[in-house]
Design a protein around this ligand. Sequence first.
Ligand code: 1GP
Length: 251
Amino acid sequence: MENSKTLDGILERYNQGKKSYWVLLDPDDFSVKEASETASRAAKAGAHAILVGGSLLHTNHLDAFVKAVRENVSIPVVLFPGDAAQVSGHADALLFLSLVSGRNPVNLIGEHVKAAPLIYRLGIEPIPTAYLLVESGIVSSVEFMSNTRPIPRNKPMIAAAHALAAQYMGMQLIYLEGGSGAKDPVPDNMIRMVRQYTKLPLIAGGGIRDAKTAQAKLAAGADIIVTGNVLRGATGISAMRSIAKAVKAFK
Ligand code: 1GP
């Protein structure tokens, strides 16, 4: 029987109506030392999980990176892989992402088949996650690398239909993604529509850079806020702290 500890923890918070904040560390943006220090600051600020991954991965320190983060925090360390090469046995779990907004079989089943035996052997917990890429004012790395088109931002029902189909297929989480560095985060009315049609925990990420935006996404029905880019730059840590505070205080 597969371990389901991380998903159980996510569902427990969700079922209690508690909102969560996850901090994404892209191994291409941080050294191992910076990553472990940043993860520890994120955990102290109140983050509920650390995500590790990226669309490209052009550095070769993934294993050391995940290990160092794992050793520095007690919250779950969850892989957020751009492809089958981004697997590390040091992680607690892995978002087993299907890019359901796209029609590229590589991101719907191809990479999954390549990664599955390794996930099995390493004993990492896979969390079946529907990944919906939404138009966000830029060509995101996900759009370019996956060769898929994002969902138009003025078509919330298209997003809801994808999320509902994913729920019927047995996926456990819905990730509404604007793409890293999005100009415009996923629209509030799209989050509302997906929330209305589906019962799964809803993650919102991409282009969330301040507490006010995070609160708006939560108010629309998101359960988990993800930020990545906001950490970069001089004010990164304080911005992360204020987002963590806003998520914690959200009623
Ligand atoms: C990207 O949703 C994440 O996959 C985070 O996006 O880097 O824009 O915060 P940002």
